[in-house]
Design a protein around this ligand. Sequence first.
Ligand SMILES: Cc1cc2nc3c(=O)[nH]c(=O)nc-3n(C[C@H](O)[C@H](O)[C@H](O)COP(=O)(O)OP(=O)(O)OC[C@H]3O[C@@H](n4cnc5c(N)ncnc54)[C@H](O)[C@@H]3O)c2cc1C
Length: 306
Amino acid sequence: MKNYLEIGNQFITMIGKENVLLKEPMCSHTSFKVGGPADILVTPESYEDVQNIIKYCINYNIPYIIIGNGSNLLVKDGGIRGVVVKLTKLNKIEIEGEKLIAQSGVLVSDVSQAALNATLTGFEFACGIPGCVGGAVAMNAGAYISDVSNVIQSAVVIDKEGNLKNLSKDELELGYRNSAVLKYGYTVVEATFKLVTGDYDTIKNKIEDLQKRRKEKQPLEYPSAGSTFKRPEGYFAGKLIEDCNLKGSKVGDAEVSVKHSGFIINKGNATAKEILSLISLVQKTVYEEFGVELHPEVRIIGEEKN
Ligand SMILES: Cc1cc2nc3c(=O)[nH]c(=O)nc-3n(C[C@H](O)[C@H](O)[C@H](O)COP(=O)(O)OP(=O)(O)OC[C@H]3O[C@@H](n4cnc5c(N)ncnc54)[C@H](O)[C@@H]3O)c2cc1C
């Protein structure tokens, strides 16, 4: 494999110096504010640039990972070997009638706002999700009894050979916090949502109500990656954790939020190691008390620190 300086120089030629960072701390790119350095972090500005980077990585056998806003990521303290492709510079939105077409780096909260401005209903559920469109499609993000699968029509992705493909909703195989994107390692560059014409005030009130509920219930004042665990069949992770008296449990600066026990928060200088120890403690305790296995919703990536 080529060394990261060589690869970085190649990327600078391909997409410009302003879009290539070497030894970039991932704590600056995650909502948990945790994570060691990525060898290379690139921020391509066009689909073609994303394709060329992916093709280069495939040709030279360089590991790569796609990220959006980093709001569902726990990056380990040793960082990431290889290339992080951050897609936040793909950030255009277009509206054609009841269709909203967003590039993968658009924040889903901005999609909600654009839909409101065009008096389109259906996307209100996502107004408080702090991720980008690509991450929301990959995770089939959802809240308040809706999710991406209810509004998406199709997505443009790049496959593992570097080819652009248009996938229908069915081909995206959207399930609970899962999708063909995660399963087959696709890169989402664009998504088309099919919304419905609604009433401006009704949409606005719904958005404001959901934002208020989030602020009341979630520890938004601390860094986190949202719900740490997936919802186990027939249970709520937060309730199980609370019933095990784990609210407020700490490992270092990682804490089970007192406000919402489904969230692990970073109270200051938590390391990924501390968060992972707390995740294990919660999983073990909940299993011993209730026989229920909790699986992380948060995507855990990178390498441990030596
Ligand atoms: C305070 C808070 C509240 C939250 N509330 C919710 C909620 O209500 N509902 C919910 O579902 N989630 C919630 N989340 C989690 C998170 O915001 C969502 O999962 C979001 O959709 C992730 O988007 P992202 O751009 O941040 O993705 P990232 O965190 O950057 O990545 C997440 C995963 O998606 C992959 N990915 C990202 N972009 C792409 C792309 N373009 N192509 C292919 N794969 C990609 C990454 O490789 C990774 O596996 C919350 C998080 C926080 C911090």
